[in-house]
Design a protein around this ligand. Structure first.
Ligand SMILES: [Zn+2]
Length: 139
C-alpha cells in the first residue's frame, strides 16, 4: 500500500498545517507528485478518502499535479521534459541524460476554512509552500 502511506502523509502534513493556522476545515489540498514516483493518482485519491476520515481534512478535495523529469541532451545540451519515459531529445533525437525533477512528492498548499476572527486571506492559505520533498521523510 505505497499509495496509502503517501495519502496518510499528505493528510498528516495538511492537518498539522491547518491546526497551526486555526482552520476549522480543510477544503482542498494541492499536491505535486513526480512521474518517477510511479504512483497511481486514482489510487492516491481512493486512499486519501480513507486516510482523511475523522480528520480536519475529511471531505477535502485532493488535487494532484504530475511533474516530469528534466533531461539534458548530450549532443545539443538543450534541456527538455521527459514525458512517458521518452528520453529522446526533441531537437536532435539523441537519448538525453537525467538532470533533475520528476521525483517530487509534496504538499504544495492547502485551502481551508478558518475561524471568523482570522485576519488572513479569506480565500484560503494561498500558495504557501510548506514542505519540500527532502524535508518530509515521512513521504
Ligand atoms: Zn539534442
Amino acid at each position: 500500500m505505497h499509495e496509502f502511506s503517501i495519502a496518510r502523509s499528505i493528510v498528516d502534513v495538511a492537518t498539522t498545517e491547518a491546526e497551526r493556522v486555526g482552520a476549522r476545515r480543510v477544503k482542498r489540498l494541492n499536491c505535486r507528485i513526480g512521474e518517477m514516483c510511479q504512483v497511481d493518482g486514482r489510487l492516491i485519491s481512493e486512499a486519501f478518502d480513507i486516510a482523511c476520515r475523522g480528520t480536519i481534512c475529511e471531505d477535502a478535495e485532493l488535487q494532484i499535479e504530475t511533474t516530469h523529469m528534466h533531461a539534458v541532451c548530450p549532443q545539443c545540451w538543450r534541456r527538455f521534459e521527459v514525458h512517458n519515459w521518452n528520453w529522446t531529445c526533441p531537437h536532435c533525437g539523441v537519448e538525453g541524460e537525467k538532470l533533475e525533477g520528476g521525483d517530487e512528492l509534496e504538499l504544495v498548499s492547502i485551502e481551508a476554512e478558518v475561524d471568523d476572527d482570522y485576519s488572513g486571506d479569506p480565500e484560503g492559505l494561498g500558495a504557501e509552500r510548506t514542505r519540500g520533498a527532502r524535508e518530509s521523510p515521512a513521504f
